[in-house]
Design a protein around this ligand. Structure first.
Ligand code: DSN
Length: 434
């Protein structure tokens, strides 16, 4: 295989060296951060293409710069593929990432000060769903809901009661550390009952939806936002799917001449962003095309199978899980009853080459910077080609780390486990790295 990054190697060995180190790191560790996977070469090639040079403020056919013949074509290709992939009426592919996409969602359907229902970060939600230190919690008033502290599952009756009492302008159906499927039909019934917009944030679970192993939010929601990286394996960017017409136009936007799709577009540009990242949009076009293949759908199904197999093997080895397993790509290891914390375990895992993150769990009494949980996901392992049987080995590594944390001898055992993990990883072909 031809040498990669030859120009960088010649002109900037310092940057080249760090890229090589990252490749070595990613090739020899178990990447189990639930929001990561492996982008294929094609995504990296498209992102490294001359589209990175192009200014294209505006939308296809209506740009504020000349020379956009091919930029228009690539953006239209991404839009057509994205709409087809998700069965959406409208798509905007310009958001720079997930948080800017969600910022645009607010601008399209809410006004500063409006009440919005979302899950706090400490209860499996996302920063942009109204968390106090994010723009979303500063500019809008979060009405929180969250999983039951005992079961770890959202109680839809409770969601309905809160919505009826608070009458929010919008409801976020989206999570970043949740192990159950979301019932979008039930969310939609509640939203309609209180005249709220329903927005699904599917950044974490889009491949599961594409693979048909998670309910599809598109028929039920006014807007669906997402990133195109994470398990979708595209560029680090965002996109927004929406209906064209606004079901609440008369109620909330009677004075506006713009429908819902137009308001989403105007919220992205010119309200929040300038020039779109055309290199990311080119990569998104590829990623949407790839996500329509049988190979990708099989990957989506296998993510779930691997997460469920891993959950089973971990519990056999005495590692407790929130909800006793998973219906998604995520496992939440539960250390609420232990003297050690989620942070202790995630740091110990990292010493052994198993990369996850410490995370609050439902009913957590510890602080966000220590936590009682560790969040793990299976997209990256699945992209490497791992199957259910491989999860036994992964569970074995993780349970040995937990035991070492308990025995307070992690520094003694870490080098040995680290070596075994690296050897195990080398037996797989890693997309985009091999
Ligand atoms: N920060 C991402 C995650 O890890 O879940 C979501 O944006």
């Amino acid at each position: 295989m031809a040498e990669r990054f030859p120009h960088l190697k010649n002109s900037d060995p310092e940057v080249y060296d760090l890229i090589q180190k990252q490749i070595e790191f990613e090739s020899t560790t178990l990447k189990m951060i639930a929001s990561e996977s492996f982008a294929p070469y094609e995504v990296m090639e498209a992102q490294g293409s001359p589209f990175t040079n192009k200014y294209a403020e505006g939308y296809p056919g209506a740009r504020y710069y000349e020379g956009n013949e091919f930029a228009d074509q690539i953006e239209n290709l991404a839009r057509e593929r994205g709409k087809k992939l998700f069965g959406a009426e409208h798509i905007n592919v310009q958001p720079y990432s997930g948080s800017p996409a969600n910022n645009a969602v607010y601008r399209a359907i809410a006004k500063p000060g409006d009440k919005i229902m979302g899950m706090p970060v400490s209860q499996s939600g996302h920063l942009t769903h109204g968390w106090k230190v994010s723009f979303s919690g500063m500019d809008y008033t979060q009405v929180p809901f969250g999983p039951d502290p005992v079961t770890g599952k959202i109680d839809m009756d409770q969601v309905r009661q809160i919505a009826l009492a608070e009458r929010p302008r919008m409801i976020w159906a989206g999570t970043s550390a949740y192990t159950y499927k979301l019932d979008y039909a039930a969310f939609a019934d509640i939203a309609r009952e209180v005249d709220a917009y329903l927005v699904a944030d599917i950044a974490h679970i889009n491949a599961l939806i594409i693979a048909g192993v998670h309910p599809d939010p598109v028929p039920h929601c006014d807007i669906v936002s997402s990133t195109s990286h994470k398990m979708l394996r595209g560029p680090r960017a965002g996109f927004i799917l929406s209906k064209i017409e606004d079901r609440y136009q008369q109620k909330y936007y009677a004075e506006s001449k713009f429908n819902l799709a137009q308001r989403v577009d105007r919220a992205v540009f010119p309200c929040l962003q300038g020039g779109p990242h055309m290199h990311a949009i080119a990569a998104m076009a590829f990623a949407f095309g790839y996500a329509m293949t049988d190979e990708f759908k099989e990957y989506g199904r296998q993510i779930l199978k691997n997460a469920q197999a891993l959950g089973g093997y971990l519990q056999q080895r005495g590692v407790a899980l929130i909800g006793g397993g998973t219906e998604t790509h995520i496992l939440l290891l539960d250390f609420r009853k232990e003297e050690y914390t989620g942070k202790d375990v995630s740091q110990a895992m990292a010493k052994c080459g198993i990369i996850g993150n410490f995370n609050m769990v439902p009913g957590d009494t510890r602080k966000p910077f220590t936590t009682s949980g560790v969040r793990l996901g299976t997209p990256s392992l699945t992209a490497m080609g791992m199957k259910e049987a491989d999860m036994e080995k992964v569970a074995d590594f993780i349970s040995r780390v937990c035991q070492a944390v308990k025995n307070q001898n992690i520094d003694d055992v870490a080098p040995g486990i680290r070596g075994e993990v690296a050897e195990f990883c080398r037996s797989f072909t890693i997309p985009g790295l091999a």
